[in-house]
Design a protein around this ligand. Structure first.
Ligand SMILES: Cc1ncc(COP(=O)(O)O)c(C=O)c1O
Length: 513
């Protein structure tokens, strides 16, 4: 078909088969947005499209465009072999002409180019595993090079200085959560850090033996507390206390504070609940704990990097967090922990030689002389390659700034929620995430009886949200690399899947993470 033969006001149809799904996806996504918002840059007036991806076959896209003035489109389309190259040209044209208005004015838009976006996917799972960015990649490659060329000297040589790598990252994180660098350290997984905080902060001689968590706690928090109590010779059935959620599945700060008064000496609580995305009133709960002499450790896994934290002002006893979600440190990246300066003299509950005072570590003394500050909570040799990735990734978060990330994150989740409500008012969704900005973390969660199937169907279409038992669909647009246009596309895909129920796979035991 040759566009030159098209007259003004004509309706044209092109069927294009492509081998590269990412190319065709960008085309159709761009088209879709403009029509929904009615902000069509001339000359498009209406459209129709069909997509299909037969198993193992090429991704097919057919677009029918009704154009107001074909002449104005013509300049952007190829003359000559229309069917061979129209798709790429059309994509370019659409993408430049039809960028979502909110993406156009997004002050953080430039960061997206720094990330490796999984080909053919629209990623909404940064609350589980953030994506790889170029600075993280560069930092890992540099660390590999150091290992290659410096070998053992990497621990002490010039820039590599692996011996102090943990402290350098603690300083980066300290700026991010507004805490002194020496109150932060990194040594192992989030779970290990939980054990470290329990072992360090729990008072065996306290007449209040109980530990408080919330009923929606992440499993590892619960397992850590239960096993810790068992090791103390206490039955978790009796001494692991839980504050329950309300009928809407949300935690109530007043209930938490009331829980502090009931034989509890230590509490582990989430700043943002991993299921619902509820952001707790951290100041209120922290103050309530202090008033009851309850030692409080926040699990900030779902807030650091997306919700501004000022730990110096908040003054909790401790905090732990993972670094592979909004900090993009990589799969299994080393977690972080904060210990309030008032506890810097406590002996580490779990001890290891990297918790030693650095100037004495290589004296190999039989008794540990702990480092000043949170550094004493370190255990063994730092995971240099993993820390390198984290160090690079943190540069991105620092450059963007957490307050700006929070602002965009709220805009994205607010926009997504609004679009879902408007586009699919009768879909049977029940919002798990509170609507108010000040009660919402970085992700949106909704309940739906077919959430698992919906999540699988979305993945089959190239969207990556996640599912949590029994009926929760979580969607996390990342402020560093997600676009408002992605939210539109997700909403449209959900609408199409729900409209065409045959696309909803039956329940399966597939692992959906
Ligand atoms: C709230 C919370 N705590 C802890 C963890 C995981 O701990 P770890 O990094 O040790 O696997 C997660 C993981 O998603 C989490 O969401």
């Amino acid at each position: 078909m040759d566009p030159d033969s098209c007259g003004s006001g004509a309706q044209r149809r092109s069927g294009v088969a492509l081998g590269d799904p990412s190319v065709s996806r960008s085309v159709c996504l761009a088209i879709r947005f403009e029509l929904e918002t009615d902000r069509i840059t001339p000359p498009l007036r209406s459209w129709d499209r069909r997509e299909s991806r037969p198993k193992g076959g090429a991704y097919n896209l057919s677009v029918r465009l009704r154009v107001g003035s074909w002449r104005s489109l013509r300049g952007n389309l190829p003359s000559g072999d229309w069917s061979a190259c129209v798709c790429l040209r059309l994509q370019k044209f659409m993408m430049s002409a039809m960028t979502h208005p909110l993406d156009q004015i997004d002050p953080l838009a430039e960061f997206r180019d720094q990330f490796y976006l999984p080909p053919g996917k629209v990623y909404f799972d940064g609350n589980s595993l953030g994506l790889l960015c170029r600075p993280a990649e560069r930092a890992v490659l540099a660390a590999v090079e150091e290992w290659k060329t410096l070998a053992i000297e990497g621990w002490t040589a010039g820039e590599a200085d692996w011996f102090h790598l943990t402290e350098r990252i603690a300083a980066q994180l300290g700026r991010m959560v507004q805490a002194p660098a020496d109150s932060i350290t990194l040594t192992g997984s989030t779970t290990l850090h939980l054990h470290q905080m329990l072992a360090t902060l729990y008072r065996r001689d306290d007449s209040r033996p109980d530990i408080l968590i919330d009923s929606s706690a992440f499993p590892t928090d619960r397992y850590a507390v239960a096993s810790f109590l068992r090791n103390q010779g206490r039955d978790p059935a009796q001494h692991l206390r839980e504050v329950a959620t309300d009928d809407a599945g949300l935690l109530n700060e007043a209930d938490i504070v009331a829980g502090f008064r009931q034989g509890v000496q230590l509490a582990i609580l989430p700043s943002v609940v991993f299921t619902t995305g509820q952001l707790l009133d951290l100041a209120r709960v922290t103050t309530g704990a202090a008033e009851c002499d309850v030692r409080l450790c926040w699990d900030c896994s779902h807030s650091v990097g997306v919700v501004p934290l000022n730990l110096s002002q908040l003054q909790p006893d401790a905090a732990i967090w993972c670094t592979y979600k909004y900090l993009n440190g990589g799969p299994g990246s080393v977690a972080a922990m904060y210990l309030h300066p008032r506890w810097h003299e406590l002996p580490p509950g779990l001890a290891g030689w990297f918790g030693a005072e650095k100037s004495r570590q290589f004296r190999m003394e039989p008794e540990l002389v702990p480092a000043a500050g949170a550094g004493r909570l370190q255990l063994g040799t730092p995971h240099v390659l993993s820390l390198a990735a984290l160090r690079g990734a943190l540069e991105m978060v620092e450059a963007a700034g957490v307050p700006r990330l929070r602002q965009k994150s709220l805009q994205l989740t607010g926009y997504l929620r609004d679009r879902l409500q408007r586009r699919l008012p009768a879909a049977g969704f029940v919002w798990a995430t509170p609507a108010a900005d000040e009660r919402r973390g970085g992700h949106l969660a909704l309940r739906h009886p077919r959430a698992r199937s919906l999540s699988l169907a979305l993945r089959a279409r190239g969207f990556v949200p996640d599912f949590r038992e029994p009926d929760l669909l979580r969607m996390a647009p990342s402020p560093l690399y997600s676009r408002f246009a992605d939210c539109d596309d997700l909403v449209e895909a959900i609408g199409q899947i729900l409209a065409d129920k045959s696309e909803l796979p039956g329940l399966s035991e597939t692992l959906v993470t």
